[in-house]
Design a protein around this ligand. Structure first.
Ligand code: ATP
Length: 783
């Protein structure tokens, strides 16, 4: 494979003085870059100062231009001031290009070398050297000192391989700290070539950047991979954002890393188009915290929102977990019907009035319970949001009262009849009793109130008739009774928000007109409710939608979650990143159907039933990429995990591990108590690795496991199997594979996730139910 071939070609021992010379040369270049950056900083500061000096006078156009200038200079300054580690991290030495043309960044555009660039005796001259960094920097003559890693000219840095080298002869990764270059590592793309640069033979230093990056100790935050993005990953990062881009790959293939770098790339490549924002949906707050430093390190902040799937609804936050059985109910399409029924049914709760009595034109008029129920049914017909139907219901009531009053027959002249009707309506609607009736009979519902109403089992049973069975109703009602929201509740709240429509704004008082005050007219004017059209316009403004949505760990989204995410990207392009073998959702067919509907790649079909043919395996519209190399796990750990993959998804292939450590996974059995054994194993690993240790347990043991690790320090953490999604540690302890596997229908897939979190060492602790053999190897992990 390309990555390995690169490594093999790069191991060339060099004399220290050559290394020192190469480092010195890179240092000289970096010094020039920083001098130029300082000039740019002064320029930006001057611009800001200058703009601010222009004061507050001028035409509105000039003021807007001044504000824009201050804004732009501020952003620029901010980026320049962030003194990144590894500001400059790469370099490529290139043969002359085919057509000799230069692009807007000052670099040659041709990917292929010019004819004759390589002489018959396999010698060549380097025609161009490009340095690659986090942002582009031009010198005073507009020649590139540093090319932005996302610029087209930087692509060969990532794409070139010994198999398909293009113009690249040497690819160099430069490591620096602050302003000092510390080391360089080279890969030769054309090892057969004797290339010279300025009359001197090209030196080759180090044993490859990728391996150096992979061997580093892990902290609790992810690092960017700009210096060592691999060719298959680069293709995904730079794929044009048309419709949907699907990315699949096993654990550790860099899916999350690629997703983050793709966000930065898209912004760079078309900042205006993505000004509407990019949303990255992540499975857990832990993964959000782990990854949120990457984009700032790539110079991108502000336009990308990384949100956990349980934090997508403002004002609600998932804090508790559902049992697998409850999750299955809450996540399923079937909930759609239940929620709609509940939203309608909730109108009748809390002493909804059974009768309406008003006085109009001096007559007492009444509507009885049955008539009111009929009016409610008519008003609720159709699909408009419940809260927006109140004006319609009000109108239907007035119609019924008008009918009852018999006043409609008084005039044959239409104009007079209309006048009479309008004063009839005014008579009624200005009555306090009528306003109070309407508030109680058609209350403004909130999603939280409807979900609370669903905690009553009998009531829920009514709303879920023929959709959920009585056992499911009981489980759901009980789960909703608990304090705190689960990640699945958030999708229900969002669905309810759509079913109900946003609550009306507090009624706006009309602007006070001094004339009105003089005449006392203010008091006579009825307070105006927000009209339906005004509300629709307001909602359109308030709607939170994004220009591009990236869904990480997409295999985990339930149908209800897909609907929630879909609402945030109705006009967006998408990048969907996942691995079916790691899915924690039990019905992949139903989820795939929901995904395709959310992405608009498939017409909606009957909802609460999975389609008869099954849709998970069928290709949806869009481009597909596959990542095939595991950069996280050493081969020893990947091999063990592959055994579980064969059980969880027979026939699917494991990604190929790119390195090996020679350290085999360790198997331990419970000696004293489970807690004491796990603690001892965690302590042992803490001594053996410099970075972090993760202890993965079945979800129900999370709290307990935290106590087991008390006092071992903050390099070690305990996690439930669902919480381990996407994370990685130097070493992991996986506690009782059988417990994890038995905990849910997706248990084997969650065990696969647990076993693939370590970058260096893994210990598996078996309890009794794991049926360990004499070596301590649990049943599930034996050949
Ligand atoms: N090109 C690369 N250079 C250096 N490190 C890399 C590269 N690609 C991936 N990695 C590292 O490999 C590890 C795994 O990457 P990442 O978490 O993105 O994988 P993933 O496919 O999302 O895994 P999972 O499916 O298990 O969540 C990370 O530490 C990442 O930094």
């Amino acid at each position: 494979m390309a990555a390995q071939a690169q490594q093999e070609s790069a191991v060339v021992p060099v004399h220290d003085s050559v290394r020192d010379r190469e480092i010195r040369l890179e240092q000289e270049h970096l010094d020039r870059v920083y001098r130029r950056l300082e000039e740019k900083i002064s320029e930006a500061e001057f611009l800001m100062h200058d703009a601010a000096q222009r004061g507050h006078v001028g035409t509105p156009g000039a003021l807007a231009e001044r504000d824009a200038q201050v804004f732009r200079a501020g952003i620029h300054l901010n980026r320049l001031h962030n003194e990144y580690e590894d500001f400059l991290f790469g370099r490529i030495d290139l043969l002359p290009g085919k057509d000799g043309k230069k692009g807007p960044d000052g670099a040659y555009t041709a990917v292929e070398p010019a004819e004759g660039a390589v002489r018959p005796d396999n010698t060549a001259d380097i025609a161009e050297t490009l340095h690659i960094g986090r942002i582009g920097v031009l010198d005073e003559d507009y020649a590139p000192l540093v090319i932005d890693w996302r610029a087209p000219a930087a692509a060969p840095f990532y794409r070139s391989t010994p198999v398909d080298p293009g113009r690249v002869v040497r690819r160099r990764v430069i490591r620096s700290k602050g302003r000092r270059v510390q080391s360089v590592e080279d890969d030769l793309m054309r090892p057969e070539l004797k290339a010279t640069l300025d009359g001197r033979e090209l030196a080759v230093i180090g044993d490859g950047a990728l391996m150096a990056a992979l061997g580093q100790a892990r902290t609790h935050t992810m690092r960017d991979i700009v210096a060592s993005i691999q060719a298959e990953q680069d293709l995904v990062i730079r794929a044009p954002a048309a419709s949907v881009t699907y990315v699949e790959g096993g654990p550790g293939t860099g899916k999350t890393a690629v997703a983050l770098h793709r966000a930065a790339y898209l912004l760079y490549q078309d900042r205006r188009r993505y000004a509407g924002g990019i949303l990255i949906v992540s499975p857990t707050p832990l993964l959000v915290a782990y990854t949120e430093g990457v984009l700032p390190s790539l110079g991108e902040e502000g336009q990308v929102a990384i949100r956990a799937i349980g934090s997508l609804v403002d004002g609600a936050e998932a804090t508790v977990y559902d049992s697998p059985a409850v999750a299955r109910i809450k996540g399923s399409y079937r909930m759609l019907k239940v929620l709609r029924k509940a939203a309608h049914g909730a109108l009748e709760l809390n002493d909804s009035p059974q009768r309406l009595r008003v006085v109009a034109f001096g007559r007492r008029l009444e509507l009885e319970a049955e008539e009111l129920a009929g009016i409610r049914r008519t008003a609720l017909g159709g699909t408009a949001p419940v809260n927006l139907l109140r004006p319609r219901a009000r109108k239907l009531i007035l119609d019924a009262l008008w009918e009852r009053s018999g006043a409609g027959n008084r005039h044959t002249d239409p104009e007079l009849a209309a006048e009479l009707r309008s004063s009839f309506d005014e008579d009624i609607t200005s009555e306090d009793d009528f306003i109070a009736f309407l508030d109680a009979w058609w209350p403004e519902l909130t999603p939280a109130a409807v979900l609370d109403a669903m905690t009553d089992e009998r009531r829920l049973g009514r709303w879920a008739r023929r959709v959920l069975n009585p056992g499911e109703v009981r489980k759901l009602a009980r789960a909703l009774q608990r304090d705190g929201r689960s990640v699945h509740d958030i999708a229900l709240l969002d669905e309810l928000q759509a079913v109900l429509g946003a609550p009306a704004r507090p009624r706006k008082k009309r602007e006070v007109d001094p004339l009105d005050q003089l005449t006392g007219l203010e008091e006579l004017m009825p307070v105006r409710e927000e009209t339906q059209r005004e509300r629709a316009e307001r909602l359109a403004q308030e709607r939170v939608e994004y220009a591009h949505v990236i869904v990480d760990e997409a295999q985990d989204l339930t149908p209800m979650q897909w609907r929630m995410v879909g609402r945030r990207g109705r006009h967006a392009t998408w990048t969907i990143v996942g691995d079916p073998a790691q899915s924690s959702w039990s019905d992949p067919d139903e989820a795939a159907q929901a995904r395709d509907e959310a992405l608009g790649t498939r017409p909606p079909v009957a909802r609460h039933r999975p389609s008869a043919e099954g849709s998970a395996g069928r290709a949806s519209r869009g481009r597909r990429f596959e990542l095939t190399v595991n950069y996280r796990n050493p081969a020893e750990i990947a091999e063990l995990a592959a055994k579980v993959l064969a059980l969880a998804m027979p026939g699917s292939e494991s990604p190929r591990a790119v390195r090996s450590t020679g350290v085999q996974p360790r198997f331990a059995v419970v000696r004293d108590t489970l807690g004491a054994t796990v603690r001892a194993e965690a302590a042992r690993l803490l001594e053996r690795v410099d970075g972090t240790v993760g202890v993965v347990v079945a979800m129900r043991r999370r709290e307990e496991a935290r106590r087991w690790l008390d006092g071992l320090g903050d390099r070690v953490v305990a996690l439930g199997s669902l919480e381990a999604k996407g994370l990685e540690y130097d070493a992991t302890v996986v506690v009782s594979p059988a417990e994890i596997a038995d905990e849910s229908p997706a248990g084997l897939r969650l065990l696969y996730v647990a076993l693939t979190r370590a970058t260096q060492q893994l210990t598996v602790v078996s309890a009794e139910r794991d049926e360990p053999d004499a070596e301590g190897v649990p049943d599930l992990l034996r050949d």
